[in-house]
Write a protein that binds this ligand. Sequence first.
Ligand SMILES: NC(=O)c1ccc[n+]([C@@H]2O[C@H](COP(=O)([O-])OP(=O)(O)OC[C@H]3O[C@@H](n4cnc5c(N)ncnc54)[C@H](O)[C@@H]3O)[C@@H](O)[C@H]2O)c1
Length: 249
Amino acid sequence: MNRFDGVKVLLTGAASGIGRATAIRLAAEGAAVYAVDVSEPGLAETAAAAGGPGTVATRVADVTDEAAVVAAVAGAAETLGGIDVLVNVAGVHKTTPIETLTVDDLHRMFSVNLVGTALFCREALKHLPDRTGVIVNTASLAATQGNPFMTAYAASKGAVLAFSLSLAAELAARRIRVVPISPGAVDTPLTRAPGMFPDGLDLTYFSKIRSYYGAAEPEHIAAAIAFAASSDAAYFTGADLRVDGGAHT
Ligand SMILES: NC(=O)c1ccc[n+]([C@@H]2O[C@H](COP(=O)([O-])OP(=O)(O)OC[C@H]3O[C@@H](n4cnc5c(N)ncnc54)[C@H](O)[C@@H]3O)[C@@H](O)[C@H]2O)c1
């Protein structure tokens, strides 16, 4: 069953982790994917790793650069012959104990995570068809679960969740679904980064809230994104799709 045969998908954050797994999953189900990221080598690896029957075209763009987003969305529509689905995955994380939180940290996380997502939504909506169009935005369990040392990141993901719920309401009359998806911990380059948890932080709290199943694989999240973007989720909109292995709130 190829749920995405002939479906045109614009995907951000496709050069790594969850975004790469999503590009591979959607192409495997038949989608024509237009994969956007700042990392050219990462995009090339994604394109090389993706098999058919779908296709993966790539474009380098910074989601925080408004002109680049406008051009990337126009490029997607031209290359694919339209856009049926937008999936926003691009995001950044930084562990920021409150004592050392900087304005730059706050701006960076809101700029990539919220502003980038919002810009892609605004531009893609010029192309998404009424009744079948879908937007999937990557929030995080951190949007609704207290995570120590992640205040700025969590706030930016809370903003993505709130943005998505209101956009779903705004687009209901057009029957364009908007699904915020909230992964818990996922084993990706983001969570494997050496500076994820600087030395000296008391991480006891995490042992109380983590999933019994351990961290997800990127493919678990890609499968949930594929569900959210497919017609299997035709009645799913404006609600947070938590994929967190039952982590405690
Ligand atoms: N890994 C987790 O535990 C986890 C949990 C919840 C939510 N998330 C979210 O899932 C998404 C993907 O995370 P991941 O773990 O796969 O991380 P990742 O670092 O492996 O991938 C993130 C991708 O976003 C791209 N990116 C970053 N800034 C960009 C910009 N300005 N313009 C274009 N592309 C940019 C990166 O180049 C990278 O390819 C993020 O939004 C993240 O916040 C991750």
